[in-house]
Design a protein around this ligand. Structure first.
Ligand SMILES: Cc1cc2nc3c(=O)[nH]c(=O)nc-3n(C[C@H](O)[C@H](O)[C@H](O)COP(=O)(O)OP(=O)(O)OC[C@H]3O[C@@H](n4cnc5c(N)ncnc54)[C@H](O)[C@@H]3O)c2cc1C
Length: 441
């Protein structure tokens, strides 16, 4: 019998299992799908590396827990293994992409913002830099109370909201400015730093999760349907057979964790119940030649504000992210649907999603339909955790709960919609499991 069973082989589950195994526990990871990586999974198809969900990471200052693991696995020994993403971010405005968004150079070039909004961007950044207690791992400590992201930017030039904050919040977080809490947004933005520091994994965004899984006991194709406590520890039910262990970690999105454990004590239910997830929808197109939105030369991601398009929120030029993403002479681009477009198309058949988004992309990349060789639709019903003011308010009590035989990991536990949130949650979950196992039986 394993000491600990971890449910879910995304970054949170695998990092938790890694930490527990290093501490001497016998750990097994059960994953429902046929591959590891979760929302950081990479597909290998048509000679391309297709990142289905996550696509980049900031420098070590922004993602310290992630970079500790990268170093532990020696992935940074090869300077080309986690390369910089050049021209990381642009904003679409007035018929073309405007480069240098989210980095100091953009304050000079504009990056889609008129002079008044640029000045306000500088004021906004200075305010964030001066704000104390802006800790992305403890968003409830931010001195912003129940303010929403809309409240946070209300005092500034409206273009700062419409041509930077809205497309970032929607495209990278899946968040609505009127519903999302200001604290986690401000803390994540400050921690992530300049887009000039963005990096990716040369061999696919699943590189770290594959490295973790290679050293662990991971069983794929093993969906867990229920987790309950027993006198000796825990029992996990699955159509593949029940498993028992001394402890379990549920490293799955909050709504799935809540469904796995309907008999959780009341103090464990309120916070996960408040953690909704925004769905995300992405279409990746393999092209017979490299193409990019008008105005993009070598750049990677272009934000499309809601004021500019109702259906598409981000366009990534994946063959610019790293040379190995597509075969020489070919192209790979992805279209991330807007929140409205995602609601409309999430349940639609693949050909309809492809047809609607590709037709819409013609205005950004004229001729793209004719150059498309292949299309892959990626759907995430639980795309990114929504940090509402209510969820932020409930988080401290959840963190203070007693340790137990069933623990939780995942980006939602830190209310941080990114892989760093998942990996920091793993450190905490592993420490709690070890504390539980150390208690006298
Ligand atoms: C479109 C998109 C873009 C993103 N871009 C970025 C980015 O650029 N940078 C970044 O840092 N982050 C990004 N993210 C966020 C990042 O992918 C997630 O924060 C991270 O993957 C969360 O890790 P996790 O382990 O908590 O959950 P997941 O990655 O979702 O892993 C959970 C795992 O549990 C499995 N599972 C679920 N239910 C069960 C069950 N019942 N039994 C067994 N297994 C189960 C799932 O199959 C999955 O493998 C993006 C996410 C999306 C959707």
């Amino acid at each position: 019998m394993p000491d600990v069973v971890v449910v879910g082989a995304g970054p949170a589950g695998l990092a938790t299992a890694h930490t527990l195994a290093r501490a001497g526990c016998v750990v097994r990871v059960l994953e429902a799908t046929d591959a590891v990586g979760g929302r950081m999974r990479t597909l290998r198809a048509d000679g391309c590396l297709i990142d289905t969900g996550a696509e980049m990471l900031p420098s070590a200052a922004g993602y310290p827990a992630t970079w500790r693991l990268i170093s532990a696995f020696g992935l940074d020994a090869d300077p080309d293994a986690v390369p910089r993403v050049r021209g990381a971010l642009a904003v679409w405005r007035g018929g073309r992409a405007r480069p240098h968004a989210g980095r100091p150079l953009g304050l000079l070039t504009g990056a889609g913002l008129p002079p008044g909004a640029r000045l306000d961007l500088l004021r906004f950044q200075t305010r964030l830099n001066r704000m104390r207690d802006l800790d992305p791992d403890h968003p409830e400590r931010a001195p912003l109370g129940m303010a929403t992201v809309a409240d946070l930017v209300r005092r500034y030039h409206p273009d700062l909201r419409d041509y930077l904050v809205q497309p970032i919040a929607a495209g990278f977080f899946g968040w609505d400015l009127d519903h999302a809490a200001a604290g986690p947004f401000a803390a994540h933005l400050k921690a992530s730093g300049s887009t000039g520091g963005w990096r990716t994994y040369r061999d696919g965004m699943d590189t770290l999760t594959r490295a973790l899984a290679a050293r662990l006991d991971v069983v794929t194709g093993y969906p867990v349907t229920r987790v309950s406590t027993t006198p000796g520890g825990v029992r996990l039910d699955s159509p593949r057979g029940a498993v028992t262990a001394r402890a379990a970690v549920l490293a799955v999105p909050a709504p799935l964790a809540a469904a796995l454990r309907p008999d959780a004590p009341p103090y464990e239910r309120a916070f996960p119940a408040a953690c909704g997830y925004a769905p995300m929808l992405r279409l990746t197109l393999g092209l017979d030649r490299p193409m990019a939105p008008t105005g993009v030369r070598r750049g990677f991601a272009t934000l499309v504000p809601a004021a500019e398009d109702p259906l598409i929120n981000v366009i990534t030029v994946d063959h610019h992210k790293h040379a190995g993403r597509a075969p020489a002479g070919r192209g790979l681009v992805s279209l991330i649907a807007s929140p409205g477009g995602t609601t409309e198309l999430l349940g639609a058949p693949d050909p309809e999603v492809t047809e609607r988004l590709t037709a819409r992309a013609e205005r950004f990349m004229p001729g793209v339909t004719a150059h498309t060789l292949s299309a892959h639709v990626h759907r995430f019903r639980h795309g990114l955790p929504e940090a509402t003011p209510r969820a932020v308010a409930l988080r401290a009590a959840f963190e203070a709960r007693p340790v137990s035989a069933i623990e939780y990991a995942g980006d939602w536990t830190t209310l941080r919609p990114c892989s760093e949130g998942a990996i920091t949650s793993a450190e905490r979950a592993a420490a709690r499991v070890l504390a539980h196992l150390a208690r006298p039986r």
